[in-house]
Design a protein around this ligand. Sequence first.
Ligand code: NDP
Ligand code: ZN
Length: 191
Amino acid sequence: MHSDISLFLKAIKFSAEKHRRQRRKDQQASPYINHPIEVADILWTIGNVNDVIVIVAALLHDTIEDTDATPDELRIHFGEDVLALVLEVSDDKNLPKPERKRRQIEKAPFLSSRARLLKLADKICNIRDITYFPPQNWSWQRKFEYLEWAASVIAGLRGVNRELEIHFDEIMAAAQKKLAREKDSAGHGHR
Ligand code: NDP
Ligand code: ZN
C-alpha cells in the first residue's frame, strides 16, 4: 500500500512534468494533465480497478505518444509492467493518422485485459470531452466520425469490466443524443 502510493505520486509528478506545456483541445485549453488524472479516476471510481499497474499506466498513458518521454525512462522509474501497458495503448506516431486509427480497431481484440480497461476509460473520457468540452472548430461531421470510430474500437475489446462497459454505453448514448439535437437545431444538411 505504502509503495503503491509512492508509485502513484511519482507517476502524477512525472506525467505533469512531461505534459506541462500541453493543453487539451477544448475552448478553455485545459491543462493536459487533467486528462490522464481523469482516466485514472474513471478506472478507480467507476471500474473499481485497484490494480496499481493499471492506475499508474493510466496516469502515464499519453506520455510516450505525446511527449519526449522514452521507454527507458518509464522502465527505470515505473518498471517493465507499466512500460509494457503504456506501449500497448500507444499509437505509432510514425504512421499516418488514418492508418493509426485503423490499427486501433484491428488491435483491440488482441489487447491484454489491462490494456482493455485503460482503453475503455480513455475512450469514456474522450467521448465525454467531445460532448461537453469539444475541441474548437470541430464540425458536426468530425464529432460524428469520432464517435463511430470509438464505438468500433470498443466493440473489439468488451468482456473485461461490466461497470466500465455500461458507463461507456451510457456516455455514448448521451453523446449521440446531443449530437442529433445539434443537427436538428442547425437545420438539415448542416455538418
Ligand atoms: P483527433 O485524434 O485529432 O482528436 C481526438 C483526440 O484528441 C482524442 O482522442 C484525445 O486523444 C485528444 N483530445 C484533446 N482534447 C480533446 C477534447 N477536448 N475532446 C476530445 N478529445 C480531445 O481526432 P480525429 O482526427 O480522430 O478526428 C475524428 C474523426 O474525424 C476521424 O475519424 C476522422 O475521420 C475525421 N476527421 C475529419 C476531419 C474533418 O474536418 N471533417 C479532419 C480530420 C479527421 P488523447 O486521449 O490521446 O489525448
Ligand atoms: Zn488519452
